[in-house]
Design a protein. Sequence first.
Length: 253
Amino acid sequence: MKEILERLASGKLNVDEAEKLLKSESILEFDDIAKFDIKRSERTGFPEAVFSPSKDYDDLIIIIKNYVKNSEEDLIITKLSNERYERIVRDLGENPYIIEYNKRAQILIIRKKITEKQPKAKIGIITAGTSDINIAEEARVIVEEGGCEAITSYDIGVAGIHRLFPQIAHMVAQDVKAFIVCAGMEGALPSVVAGLVDVPVIGVPTSVGYGVGEGGRVALDAMLQSCAPGIAVVNIDNGFGAGVFALTIVNSD
Protein backbone atom coordinates (compact mmCIF):
# COMPACT_ATOMS: atom_id res chain seq x y z
CA MET A 1 0.00 0.00 0.00
CA LYS A 2 2.83 2.41 0.90
CA GLU A 3 4.53 1.72 -2.43
CA ILE A 4 1.32 2.41 -4.35
CA LEU A 5 0.75 5.68 -2.48
CA GLU A 6 4.35 6.78 -3.11
CA ARG A 7 3.91 6.11 -6.84
CA LEU A 8 0.67 8.09 -6.76
CA ALA A 9 2.36 11.02 -4.98
CA SER A 10 5.25 11.04 -7.45
CA GLY A 11 2.90 11.12 -10.42
CA LYS A 12 3.77 7.65 -11.70
CA LEU A 13 0.15 6.56 -11.17
CA ASN A 14 -3.10 8.41 -11.59
CA VAL A 15 -5.93 8.13 -9.05
CA ASP A 16 -7.88 5.49 -11.01
CA GLU A 17 -4.81 3.30 -11.42
CA ALA A 18 -3.95 3.59 -7.73
CA GLU A 19 -7.52 2.68 -6.76
CA LYS A 20 -7.43 -0.48 -8.88
CA LEU A 21 -4.10 -1.53 -7.42
CA LEU A 22 -5.27 -0.96 -3.85
CA LYS A 23 -8.38 -3.03 -4.46
CA SER A 24 -6.38 -5.86 -6.02
CA GLU A 25 -4.05 -5.81 -3.01
CA SER A 26 -6.88 -6.25 -0.51
CA ILE A 27 -9.46 -8.46 -2.23
CA LEU A 28 -9.12 -12.04 -3.42
CA GLU A 29 -11.82 -12.93 -5.94
CA PHE A 30 -12.65 -16.59 -6.41
CA ASP A 31 -14.42 -17.66 -9.61
CA ASP A 32 -16.97 -14.85 -9.24
CA ILE A 33 -18.48 -16.59 -6.18
CA ALA A 34 -16.61 -14.78 -3.40
CA LYS A 35 -14.58 -11.65 -2.81
CA PHE A 36 -12.35 -12.26 0.20
CA ASP A 37 -11.11 -9.36 2.32
CA ILE A 38 -7.51 -10.44 3.02
CA LYS A 39 -6.54 -7.16 4.70
CA ARG A 40 -9.33 -7.15 7.28
CA SER A 41 -7.07 -8.20 10.15
CA GLU A 42 -4.79 -5.22 9.48
CA ARG A 43 -7.77 -2.87 9.77
CA THR A 44 -9.80 -4.56 12.50
CA GLY A 45 -7.41 -6.91 14.31
CA PHE A 46 -9.22 -10.09 13.23
CA PRO A 47 -9.39 -11.85 9.84
CA GLU A 48 -12.49 -12.43 7.77
CA ALA A 49 -14.27 -15.72 8.42
CA VAL A 50 -16.38 -17.93 6.14
CA PHE A 51 -19.97 -18.57 7.26
CA SER A 52 -20.64 -22.04 5.87
CA PRO A 53 -24.43 -22.68 6.17
CA SER A 54 -26.38 -22.14 2.94
CA LYS A 55 -23.20 -22.12 0.86
CA ASP A 56 -23.09 -24.70 -1.89
CA TYR A 57 -20.42 -27.24 -1.03
CA ASP A 58 -18.65 -26.82 -4.38
CA ASP A 59 -18.43 -23.07 -3.78
CA LEU A 60 -17.12 -23.65 -0.26
CA ILE A 61 -14.29 -25.92 -1.38
CA ILE A 62 -13.32 -23.45 -4.12
CA ILE A 63 -13.06 -20.70 -1.50
CA ILE A 64 -10.94 -22.89 0.78
CA LYS A 65 -8.53 -24.06 -1.92
CA ASN A 66 -8.05 -20.59 -3.38
CA TYR A 67 -7.64 -18.90 -0.02
CA VAL A 68 -4.97 -21.24 1.31
CA LYS A 69 -3.12 -20.90 -1.98
CA ASN A 70 -3.15 -17.09 -1.99
CA SER A 71 -3.05 -16.01 1.66
CA GLU A 72 -0.71 -16.59 4.60
CA GLU A 73 -3.38 -15.93 7.23
CA ASP A 74 -5.42 -18.58 9.03
CA LEU A 75 -8.73 -19.47 7.42
CA ILE A 76 -11.72 -19.68 9.77
CA ILE A 77 -14.94 -21.44 8.76
CA THR A 78 -17.90 -21.18 11.14
CA LYS A 79 -21.06 -23.26 11.67
CA LEU A 80 -19.52 -26.14 9.76
CA SER A 81 -21.19 -29.52 10.21
CA ASN A 82 -19.07 -32.57 10.96
CA GLU A 83 -20.22 -34.17 7.69
CA ARG A 84 -18.97 -31.21 5.67
CA TYR A 85 -15.72 -31.11 7.63
CA GLU A 86 -14.99 -34.76 6.81
CA ARG A 87 -15.74 -34.14 3.15
CA ILE A 88 -13.41 -31.11 3.10
CA VAL A 89 -10.57 -33.18 4.59
CA ARG A 90 -11.06 -35.82 1.90
CA ASP A 91 -11.12 -33.24 -0.90
CA LEU A 92 -8.01 -31.43 0.35
CA GLY A 93 -6.16 -34.75 0.41
CA GLU A 94 -2.45 -34.69 1.21
CA ASN A 95 -1.56 -31.10 2.08
CA PRO A 96 0.94 -29.16 4.20
CA TYR A 97 -1.73 -27.31 6.19
CA ILE A 98 -2.58 -27.64 9.86
CA ILE A 99 -6.28 -28.46 10.10
CA GLU A 100 -8.08 -27.98 13.43
CA TYR A 101 -11.78 -28.74 13.84
CA ASN A 102 -13.81 -28.23 17.00
CA LYS A 103 -16.81 -30.51 16.58
CA ARG A 104 -18.82 -28.95 19.39
CA ALA A 105 -18.16 -25.37 18.26
CA GLN A 106 -18.47 -26.37 14.58
CA ILE A 107 -15.45 -24.25 13.66
CA LEU A 108 -12.71 -25.25 11.25
CA ILE A 109 -9.37 -23.43 11.26
CA ILE A 110 -6.79 -24.08 8.53
CA ARG A 111 -3.30 -22.82 9.31
CA LYS A 112 -0.09 -22.70 7.32
CA LYS A 113 2.00 -22.47 10.48
CA ILE A 114 1.73 -22.48 14.25
CA THR A 115 2.76 -19.24 15.94
CA GLU A 116 3.31 -19.30 19.69
CA LYS A 117 2.02 -16.14 21.33
CA GLN A 118 1.91 -14.91 24.89
CA PRO A 119 -1.79 -14.34 25.73
CA LYS A 120 -2.52 -10.62 25.65
CA ALA A 121 -5.42 -10.83 28.15
CA LYS A 122 -7.97 -13.17 29.73
CA ILE A 123 -11.64 -13.45 28.82
CA GLY A 124 -14.23 -15.19 31.01
CA ILE A 125 -16.78 -17.39 29.22
CA ILE A 126 -19.72 -18.90 31.08
CA THR A 127 -22.97 -20.62 30.21
CA ALA A 128 -26.27 -20.92 31.96
CA GLY A 129 -26.71 -24.56 30.97
CA THR A 130 -24.94 -27.50 29.38
CA SER A 131 -27.07 -27.00 26.26
CA ASP A 132 -25.40 -23.61 25.68
CA ILE A 133 -21.86 -25.00 25.58
CA ASN A 134 -21.62 -25.31 21.80
CA ILE A 135 -22.09 -21.54 21.40
CA ALA A 136 -19.67 -20.82 24.25
CA GLU A 137 -17.10 -23.07 22.60
CA GLU A 138 -17.49 -21.12 19.37
CA ALA A 139 -16.64 -17.96 21.31
CA ARG A 140 -13.72 -19.69 23.06
CA VAL A 141 -12.12 -20.79 19.78
CA ILE A 142 -12.34 -17.23 18.43
CA VAL A 143 -10.99 -15.68 21.64
CA GLU A 144 -7.99 -18.01 21.58
CA GLU A 145 -7.47 -17.51 17.86
CA GLY A 146 -7.28 -13.78 18.59
CA GLY A 147 -4.47 -14.25 21.08
CA CYS A 148 -6.32 -14.23 24.42
CA GLU A 149 -6.71 -16.84 27.11
CA ALA A 150 -10.24 -18.09 27.74
CA ILE A 151 -11.28 -19.03 31.27
CA THR A 152 -14.46 -21.08 31.07
CA SER A 153 -17.13 -22.29 33.47
CA TYR A 154 -20.23 -24.00 32.15
CA ASP A 155 -23.67 -24.88 33.56
CA ILE A 156 -23.82 -22.23 36.30
CA GLY A 157 -27.14 -20.55 35.51
CA VAL A 158 -29.83 -19.03 37.69
CA ALA A 159 -31.59 -22.36 38.27
CA GLY A 160 -28.81 -23.04 40.78
CA ILE A 161 -27.40 -19.59 41.28
CA HIS A 162 -25.18 -20.63 44.20
CA ARG A 163 -22.92 -22.24 41.57
CA LEU A 164 -22.23 -18.88 39.97
CA PHE A 165 -20.58 -16.81 42.69
CA PRO A 166 -17.34 -18.79 43.28
CA GLN A 167 -16.78 -19.00 39.52
CA ILE A 168 -17.25 -15.26 39.09
CA ALA A 169 -14.91 -14.60 42.00
CA HIS A 170 -12.26 -16.84 40.44
CA MET A 171 -12.47 -15.05 37.08
CA VAL A 172 -12.35 -11.61 38.68
CA ALA A 173 -9.26 -12.71 40.60
CA GLN A 174 -7.75 -13.77 37.26
CA ASP A 175 -8.30 -10.19 36.00
CA VAL A 176 -10.50 -11.05 33.03
CA LYS A 177 -11.11 -8.06 30.78
CA ALA A 178 -14.63 -9.08 29.71
CA PHE A 179 -17.24 -11.77 30.26
CA ILE A 180 -19.06 -13.66 27.52
CA VAL A 181 -22.29 -15.06 28.97
CA CYS A 182 -24.34 -17.55 26.95
CA ALA A 183 -27.89 -18.34 28.00
CA GLY A 184 -31.10 -19.65 26.48
CA MET A 185 -34.54 -20.12 28.06
CA GLU A 186 -35.34 -16.80 29.83
CA GLY A 187 -31.83 -15.41 29.27
CA ALA A 188 -31.38 -14.03 32.79
CA LEU A 189 -27.73 -14.88 33.45
CA PRO A 190 -25.99 -11.92 31.70
CA SER A 191 -27.99 -9.45 33.81
CA VAL A 192 -26.94 -11.22 37.01
CA VAL A 193 -23.28 -11.25 35.98
CA ALA A 194 -23.34 -7.58 34.94
CA GLY A 195 -24.66 -6.69 38.39
CA LEU A 196 -21.62 -8.34 39.99
CA VAL A 197 -18.61 -7.24 37.91
CA ASP A 198 -16.99 -4.02 36.75
CA VAL A 199 -15.90 -5.12 33.25
CA PRO A 200 -17.98 -5.38 30.04
CA VAL A 201 -20.42 -8.27 29.73
CA ILE A 202 -21.34 -9.67 26.31
CA GLY A 203 -24.68 -11.45 26.35
CA VAL A 204 -25.19 -14.27 23.87
CA PRO A 205 -28.78 -15.50 23.61
CA THR A 206 -28.94 -19.12 22.50
CA SER A 207 -31.72 -20.95 20.72
CA VAL A 208 -32.17 -23.32 23.67
CA GLY A 209 -35.74 -23.32 24.94
CA TYR A 210 -39.28 -24.52 24.33
CA GLY A 211 -42.75 -23.01 24.19
CA VAL A 212 -42.48 -19.19 24.18
CA GLY A 213 -38.70 -19.50 24.63
CA GLU A 214 -38.16 -21.64 21.56
CA GLY A 215 -35.60 -20.29 19.11
CA GLY A 216 -33.94 -17.83 21.50
CA ARG A 217 -36.09 -14.75 20.96
CA VAL A 218 -37.18 -14.54 24.62
CA ALA A 219 -33.54 -14.75 25.73
CA LEU A 220 -32.58 -12.04 23.22
CA ASP A 221 -35.36 -9.70 24.36
CA ALA A 222 -34.51 -10.28 28.03
CA MET A 223 -30.85 -9.40 27.47
CA LEU A 224 -31.74 -6.28 25.49
CA GLN A 225 -34.13 -5.26 28.27
CA SER A 226 -31.60 -5.78 31.08
CA CYS A 227 -31.53 -3.08 33.72
CA ALA A 228 -27.93 -3.92 34.66
CA PRO A 229 -25.52 -1.52 32.92
CA GLY A 230 -22.50 -2.62 30.94
CA ILE A 231 -24.11 -5.29 28.75
CA ALA A 232 -23.72 -5.59 25.00
CA VAL A 233 -25.85 -8.20 23.23
CA VAL A 234 -25.09 -10.10 20.04
CA ASN A 235 -27.47 -12.07 17.86
CA ILE A 236 -28.93 -15.46 18.75
CA ASP A 237 -26.27 -18.23 18.73
CA ASN A 238 -23.58 -15.75 17.63
CA GLY A 239 -20.62 -17.06 19.60
CA PHE A 240 -18.31 -15.89 16.82
CA GLY A 241 -19.50 -12.29 17.11
CA ALA A 242 -19.19 -12.38 20.90
CA GLY A 243 -15.61 -13.61 20.64
CA VAL A 244 -14.63 -10.92 18.15
CA PHE A 245 -16.28 -8.22 20.27
CA ALA A 246 -14.37 -9.40 23.35
CA LEU A 247 -11.14 -9.18 21.34
CA THR A 248 -12.09 -5.66 20.23
CA ILE A 249 -12.45 -4.66 23.89
CA VAL A 250 -9.03 -6.09 24.71
CA ASN A 251 -7.33 -4.57 21.67
CA SER A 252 -8.70 -1.10 22.40
CA ASP A 253 -7.48 -1.15 26.00
